[in-house]
Design a protein around this ligand. Structure first.
Ligand code: MOS
Length: 719
């Protein structure tokens, strides 16, 4: 077949709405996830979690389990292969929970103490649930509270940042807000549980997984098992949600251990209940915010002290207090992240780590300050808009926060709002509106990509990107199509295969920006290489890119996305139920590659913010050290019936450095959303809620502003 590079010139795929390229496969079931791909001779592993929060495994009664139907092996600390978690990975040291069965210590409820491998998953489960484990139990401590004994300032960047004399500025302030906010333990709840199948194939380890970065996981597995990195291949084609939970986790390690021991493919799928203790979660936080302002609202003092928890085996810090550093200028600016180590699993990144809980505290406190100053909450933010980074002094790459508030206020109808709380009533419902700002860092990391001009006139992009449900595969298709100047249907993007080479993981809102940069670089060079009308050899022409060098030349700036969140709530004075009636989010988050999937992503984040404000709360039982109900019956995530009309839109905000103009949109949707809801609850009831979630019992106990219940339906003149 004679083929040429002759093409119809097409421009502008980026910025136009495209359905997901794999959408049909997903809705018809043709897309196979890690736990359902067929394998010959497949065995199944089932994890046995500890039932105590602290102590030792005295013994595991393996023999009765081994005698059960189909059981092939029982792994525990007595017989598991040795691994070494003493290495530096991409994101530092791994959580030692991945060094499975290396000792008899138990540091939390749910710690893996054994795994049963059997011919079927049912047989493995039956035996795992029947397995008797004897423990030597020790007293545990899972109680989290502000400033409790053991709380410390971690080492490392960004834990304490101080500028100016806080006490002096607070003393000189006309208005002071000093309030403590708390957020509970929250979980990622990805729809697809963690699942991996491992097998050895001619001396190469292949892992079919569900993760946020296949080269990342391959690298960690190689280090953990002391393997040559080139002998590990990780594949992760479709991922049903991740949100920070899908890196190296116990399921891949379990599958590798068992397939190595049995020399056959082994699959391990975590149950929903196991996910509550083994894939990380968002730490509860206590946050004290002190703001001091001039009569006109200008901030003299800004203090944010955040506290989170971590496990006894690994330090992870939820950096809530980082939120205000790029946001609000003040003469004195003090922010600190502290942590306390308890007998609980290690928390981890959860969508907008730091910013999600941090924005709840700061954006609530700003609303309280606006009330004290007698100012409109948006006007207060306008008054405190900084010209340069408030702490760093660096210029902003772009800062379109006020454009978000302008557009949001116009569309939400903010100008008509009576600022007084507890005035609006409709039957049993008190009504209120609230707003909050949002921000998230804009980062980028080195990636490699390969783009091939195929002999049939199509193009293939290969990059170890991960599409965790965001539409990344589709976004990269549009980006490549524009650079190559061909219609999007001529481009095939292949992702989720560590053999494609190093690429940034899907995290930190950096995926599409990092991958898009690499894809653009390779596609540009390919396009220059192709001679119009020239022949393409049968195996195509391939160009590879690596963005390491170019990213090293980026100037130092404050790079962030921004947003303005709005919410309207109704509060039932009889039951304490809070219903969100509508939400609007306007974002300045770089050039939007695919408006269809981007809008979904913003709305998804905002929905999670609603859920964070009103519903989500994992409760730990002091006596047992376990979660009270680690399941979706007890841990309520906002369902359809909870979610009203949510609109998300954006203002023009292309990033000047990025070749496509991308900033990143993965996380900012949740930032500020819970504060907007909480501020609306105050506006409805006249009572501040500083503890999430704003449960009916909390609303009832806190009551409403005297007079609010006496208002007459339709009469908005009475307070
Ligand atoms: Mo996300 S919490 O950056 O995976």
């Amino acid at each position: 077949m004679t083929t040429t590079t002759e093409t119809t010139t097409v421009k502008g795929a980026v910025g136009t709405a495209h359905t997901r390229v794999e959408g049909r496969d997903k809705v018809t079931g043709a897309a196979r996830y890690a736990g359902e791909l067929p394998f010959a001779n497949l065995a199944h592993g089932w994890l046995v979690p500890s039932t105590i929060a602290r102590g030792r495994v005295r013994s595991v009664e393996a023999d009765p389990a081994l005698a059960m139907p189909g059981v092939l092996a029982v792994l525990c600390h007595g017989n598991a292969p040795r691994v070494d978690a003493n290495y530096e990975g991409t994101l530092g040291r791994p959580d030692p929970v991945v060094a499975l069965f290396q000792h008899d210590r138990v540091p939390f409820v749910g710690w893996p103490v054994a795994m049963v491998v059997a011919e079927t998953s049912e047989q493995a489960r039956e035996a795992a649930e029947a397995l008797v484990v004897h423990y030597d139990q020790e007293p545990h401590d899972v109680e989290f509270s502000a400033g409790r004994p053991g709380t410390y300032l971690p080492e490392g960047d960004g834990m304490r940042v101080e500028k100016g004399d806080l006490d002096a500025q607070l003393a000189a302030s006309a208005h002071v807000v000093d309030a403590e906010y708390t957020t509970p333990e929250e979980h990622h709840i990805s729809m697809e549980p963690h699942a991996a199948t491992a097998r050895w194939d001619n001396g190469r380890l292949e892992i079919v997984d569900s993760n946020q970065g296949s080269t990342w996981v391959a690298d960690e597995i190689a280090k953990l098992f002391s393997l040559d990195p080139s002998s590990v291949r990780v594949l992760s084609e479709h991922v049903g949600g991740a949100f920070g939970s899908k890196g190296l986790r116990v399921h891949q390690v379990l599958a590798v251990m068992a397939s190595t021991m049995l020399d056959r493919p082994v699959r391990v799928v975590l149950t929903r209940r196991q996910m509550f203790s083994l894939v990380g979660y968002r730490s509860p936080t206590t946050q004290r915010v002190r703001l001091g302002a001039e009569p006109d609202g200008r901030l003299r003092a800004f203090e944010h002290q955040g506290q989170s928890l971590s496990s006894t085996v690994h330090e992870f810090v939820e950096t809530s207090a980082g939120y205000g550093r790029p946001m609000y200028a003040a003469d004195a600016h003090h922010t600190t992240n502290r942590v306390v180590r308890l007998d609980v699993p290690t928390p981890t990144w959860v969508r907008a780590p730091g910013e999600a809980p941090g924005s709840f505290a700061v954006e609530s406190a700003l609303d309280e300050l606006a009330e004290k100053c007698g100012m409109d909450p948006i006007a207060l933010r306008v008054r405190n808009e900084p010209a340069v980074g408030p702490v760093s002094g660096l210029p902003f790459s772009s800062r379109n926060l006020l454009a978000c508030f302008d557009e949001g206020a116009r569309r939400f109808g903010w100008a008509d709002r009576d600022p007084r709380p507890g005035l609006r009533r409709e039957g049993r419902w008190l009504l209120g509106t609230g707003t909050a700002a949002a921000t998230f860092p804009v980062l980028v990391a080195p990636s490699t990509a390969a783009v091939t001009a195929e002999a049939d006139g199509t193009y293939t992009v290969r990059i170890t990107a991960a599409d965790v449900g965001t539409g990344a595969r589709t976004a990269l298709t549009l980006i490549a199509a524009d650079v190559l100047e061909v219609p999007a249907d001529r481009v095939q993007v292949r992702i989720g295969d560590s053999d494609f080479g190093h690429a940034m993981l899907a995290g930190g809102s950096m995926g599409t920006r990092s991958w898009g940069w690499a894809v653009t670089a390779a596609a540009r060079e390919l396009r220059e290489k192709l001679v119009p009308g020239g022949h393409i050899p049968p195996d195509g022409i391939t160009v590879r890119s690596d963005t390491s060098a170019v990213l090293g030349t980026l100037s130092e700036k404050e790079r962030h996305s921004f947003g303005a969140q709005f919410a309207e709530v109704a509060v039932d004075v009889a039951t304490g139920e809070v219903r969100v009636r509508r939400m609007l989010g306007i974002f300045a988050a770089g050039r939007i590659v695919n408006p269809l999937t981007a809008r979904s992503q913003f709305i998804g984040g905002m929905t999670w913010g609603l859920s964070m404000a009103l519903h989500e709360e994992a409760v730990r039982d002091r006596a047992s050290g376990a979660l009270v109900s680690p399941d979706l019956a007890g841990y309520h995530v906002a369902a359809h019936a909870d979610v009203p009309r949510i609109e998300a839109d954006w203002v023009a905000d292309p990033d000047a450095d990025d070749p496509v103009g991308i900033k990143g949109i993965g996380e900012i949707g949740i930032v500020g959303a819970a504060a907007a809801v909480a501020n609306a609850v105050w506006h409805a009831t006249g009572v501040r809620h500083r503890t999430l979630p704003i449960r009916p019992d909390r609303v009832l106990r806190a009551g409403v502003l005297p007079g609010a219940t006496g208002a007459v339906p339709g009469d908005e003149s009475r307070a």
